[in-house]
Design a protein around this ligand. Sequence first.
Ligand code: NAD
Length: 375
Amino acid sequence: VTIAATRERREGETRCAVTPETVKKLIALGAEVRVEAGTGAGSSIPDQDYAEAGATVVADTKATLSGADILLKVRGPTAQETSALKPGAIVVAMLDAWREKETVKALAGAGATAFAMEFVPRITRAQVMDVLSSQANLAGYRAVIEAANAYGKGFPMMMTAAGTVAAAKVFVMGAGVAGLQAVATARRLGAVVTATDVRPAAKEQVESLGAKFIAVEDEEFKAAETSGGYAKEMSDAYKAKQAELTASHITKQDVVITTALIPGRPAPRLVTAAHVASMKPGSVIVDLAIENGGNVEGAKLNEIVTTPNGVTIVGHANLPGRIAADASALYARNLVAFLGLMIKDGALSVDLEDEILKAAVVTHGGAVVHEGVKG
Ligand code: NAD
């Protein structure tokens, strides 16, 4: 089995899909590994380290892909990469298949069997290949670091000879994987942390991290978690009650981190322009959902906005890419675990009836086969 990894070509993508550590693991699975020169640059991994781990470093994209059985990427391949694949090649990436229709179409057209890592089901057996968790965890951490950087005051309470510096008040909206890491990071920095979510399970998790849970806990809240562990879209009546609660709480906050997502839907609008206008000058909001439309009114993709009342809204895309070396290390390990499902004794054996592969396959045999993406 020949496994190839090429440089990421999407704007601002600093991560990579293989690391020297995983090159060794892929070789141990019986594979031959080719890495395009420069693949690890954004994660501070020199080409030489890949070569020393046993990969062949190839200067040219086409030559890297020529005859390869499997292409590993962070984001979906470009049209040129896809056209350089051999028919029937396997592609594994965070395809963002709900939105990247053109990429998916091209992969189907090229006869590739493409797997979207974001569709790997969140079952126990698949935890080790859960890229949503590995990347969201780092995004949650990084969001707090970005907030601390943009905030003109300190996070911890500090008692000095010149008097006391107050602790920052941090409010985390959406307490899933990213939100819980944000809570933990803000706590480590010494902030006073509150958090909210629509899933009841989040309450205990927030409290176990030493933060206070705040939410509209009505009958709808009690039923807001899907069997997959995700949030449902809430009713307009719930949203109105939630907005009222947010209004009274947010005015007292120094930092707000929003992370709320609903799979396959635009991100819910949790912070309105009126909420932002009620905040103190110098407050900071980081919107982690910005790539899915954003949780915060006025947040702009890849921009840092300052509102007329002096609130900074940070809208960086790809927060995991701002901690690229760790994000690549975790993502690359997720991929090794995933490939373990289809490489047996050094040979490819892809069982599309396997629960995990079945959920993640997007194109196969010249067609788009994923029900959600087809429609
Ligand atoms: P996500 O990224 O889809 O959403 C982030 C958070 O936003 C979620 O907690 C969600 O409930 C919340 N949210 C959505 N709409 C909201 C609204 N209107 N107001 C407030 N909050 C809202 O979710 P995620 O972080 O990927 O994971 C969600 C859950 O799944 C977590 O509890 C996590 O522990 C669980 N999980 C389980 C497994 C597993 O069993 N293998 C793996 C990963 C995650």
